[in-house]
Design a protein around this ligand. Structure first.
Ligand SMILES: Cc1cc2nc3c(=O)[nH]c(=O)nc-3n(C[C@H](O)[C@H](O)[C@H](O)COP(=O)(O)O)c2cc1C
Length: 249
């Protein structure tokens, strides 16, 4: 851990306190929103701000593999809803009863309810076959576009706009509906709109489907599963402590 006194003599580049708080506030109170969108339209200038926030995400080799397809036509929405429903039913098969019934009772998308619907795609061929940094891991385009979606998600939270990231669909179905070239992969349908509130806990937690795990289970030192030594002893005490930010759940 860096002792703050060690930074003496270096410029303090941390954000002003209120702005720093704002960043953590957005992180801790962002939720995946799938219900109770308000009908109020999202003004175009706000939508543009969100898209710009997404476009300022990092990307491997600066390849910017993303595209954002704004869905305007209600018929296209209906088609997307149809293929998401189809896949939702297919996905339920992997669970045994009663979990499969429970899964089917969960709301996992808001394709028709959200005022704004955006399809996000990645183009793995963007910037040619030899993108800096991509040779060693072809998935880096997915990582990059996921960063863009996360930027958009947090910016939306800052604007009071809820967002649900929907991935329950067959790639080929969405490729057909949105006329995507064969090599372009859809990685999400983003449902956005103003909401009355951001629930304190993930919906899957309130629905007793899954729970946030203790952070200490997921942190190792110097290798898989290693939780020992002076650094671990020092840091592990505070990993599960919830007293830094009031919004943490
Ligand atoms: C890559 C990705 C794909 C997701 N796909 C879906 C989805 O198809 N349907 C859904 O209801 N939620 C989806 N989610 C949302 C998660 O269920 C949600 O993030 C998680 O339950 C934690 O809740 P929170 O986002 O409110 O903290 C997705 C999240 C991520 C990161």
């Amino acid at each position: 851990m860096i002792d703050p006194t060690e930074r003496k003599g270096h410029p303090d580049l941390s954000l002003p306190e209120a702005e720093k708080r704002g960043v953590y506030h957005a992180i801790y109170t962002r939720r995946d929103i799938r219900r109770e969108f308000l009908p109020d339209p999202v003004p175009e200038e706000v939508l543009i701000r969100l898209l710009k926030a997404a476009h300022h995400a990092p990307s491997v080799g600066f390849m910017q593999p993303w595209n954002f397809i704004l869905i305007e036509n209600p018929a296209v929405r209906q088609e997307l809803k149809r293929v998401v429903d189809k896949e939702r039913k297919a996905a339920a098969i992997v669970f045994e009863s009663p979990r499969s019934e429970k899964f089917l009772s969960l709301k996992v998308e808001a394709i028709l309810d959200a005022p704004v619907l955006i399809g996000v795609t990645i183009d793995p061929a963007r910037e040619g076959p030899f993108v800096l940094g991509r040779l060693s891991d072809p998935d880096t385009d997915v990582y990059s576009a996921s960063c863009a979606i996360m930027n958009l998600w947090l910016a939306a939270r800052a604007e009071g706009i809820g967002m649900g990231w929907v991935t329950i669909f067959r790639r080929e179905d969405v490729q057909g509906i949105l006329n995507l070239p064969y090599h372009v992969k859809p990685i999400g349908l983003l449902c956005l709109g103003y909401v009355r509130e951001f629930p304190q806990r993930p919906m899957l937690e309130t629905e007793e489907w899954a729970y946030r795990q203790p952070l200490s289970k997921h942190v190792f030192v110097d290798g898989w599963g290693r939780q020992e030594g002076p650094f671990w002893d020092s840091i592990s005490k505070d990993l599960d402590k919830k007293d830094v930010w009031p919004w943490e759940r």
